[in-house]
Design a protein around this ligand. Structure first.
Ligand SMILES: Nc1ncnc2c1ncn2[C@@H]1O[C@H](COP(=O)(O)OP(=O)(O)OP(=O)(O)O)[C@@H](O)[C@H]1O
Ligand SMILES: [Mg+2]
Length: 259
């Protein structure tokens, strides 16, 4: 089946003293093809762990992840990842950074140029191809990082707090750009954030993880059409409900969708 399928995923780390740390516990989650799903939850609950397991960057203790019908066994071209810090190569231009994956996969030069042009446009970076990362603002660098991932046309895009290192206004703009791209391309996105308003503004569905050992505490389906208003009554209500549920903690794990 198309989409991301997380089946009974658990992860136990061993800490520095040799003691087991149960991060996430028997998580089951099916993300539909084209769906935008955010994961929220208290700090240290295992959001990044789950995302890294889906990315094939971290080995789970138990369970399986499938992208479409293919089992995830390690990083792959089907899975694009964007982290908090765009992690561009400082010695390469924006163009060379964005084309990095295409060069490695030896894509024809013509295709590279064509795609570069369209992704520079998509990310509002036209005119900056020959600049170096240090010559760009934090928001622009993050957009270049996103372009570098999307240009590879991954089946799914995984993002771990991609906007947390930029200022508030830039963050709002990046959110709007991400919505625009998602509306256009309808690619599956799994997005981790601390910011409940961000999750509600962007997503078709928000998953709340409980404190460790993390299970899915609740899910919120958000059907409001894009473009959304940040002051929309329903979105404000859902965000308040999520915040209240986080403070109630794990003892109140819901068995059914609340919204
Ligand atoms: N390599 C590791 N070794 C031991 N414990 C780890 C390791 N990585 C993560 N942990 C622990 O697993 C738990 C989950 O960590 P994780 O980074 O996934 O949480 P998170 O929800 O992403 O947190 P944050 O919101 O702060 O980013 C934490 O208690 C963390 O200390
Ligand atoms: Mg994290």
């Amino acid at each position: 089946m198309p989409g991301i399928h997380i089946k009974n995923i658990s992860k136990t780390y061993i800490d520095g003293a040799g003691n087991p740390v149960d991060a996430i516990k028997e998580i089951n989650l099916d993300i539909k093809d084209g769906e935008f799903v955010s994961i929220v939850g208290p700090s240290g609950c295992g959001k990044s762990t789950l995302l890294e397991i889906v990315a094939g960057l971290q080995k789970q203790t138990a369970g399986e992840v499938y992208i479409d019908d293919k089992k995830v066994t390690g990083p792959s071209r089907d899975i694009g990842v964007v982290f908090q810090d765009a992690a561009l190569f400082p010695w390469k231009t924006i163009k060379k950074n964005i084309l990095y994956g295409m060069e490695i996969s030896k894509a024809p030069k013509e295709e590279q140029e064509e795609k570069l042009k369209s992704y520079l446009e998509l990310m509002n970076l036209t005119g900056f191809a020959d600049k170096y990362p240090s010559q760009l603002s934090g928001g622009m660098r993050q957009r270049a990082g996103i372009a570098r991932t999307l240009i590879m046309n991954p089946k799914v895009t995984l993002m771990d707090e991609p906007f947390s290192a930029v200022d508030h206004l830039t963050r709002c703009t990046l959110q709007e750009e991400l919505v625009r791209i998602h509306e256009k391309e309808k690619k599956t996105v799994l997005f981790v954030t601390h910011d409940i308003n961000e999750a509600v503004f962007l997503s078709d569905r928000v998953i709340l993880l409980s404190p460790r050992p993390s299970v899915i505490q609740n899910e919120y389906v958000i059907k409001t059409k894009h473009p959304r208003s940040r002051s929309d009554d329903y979105l404000v209500h859902v965000a308040a409900k999520i915040v209240a549920d986080i403070s109630r903690g794990a003892e109140n794990v819901e068995s059914e969708y609340m919204i």
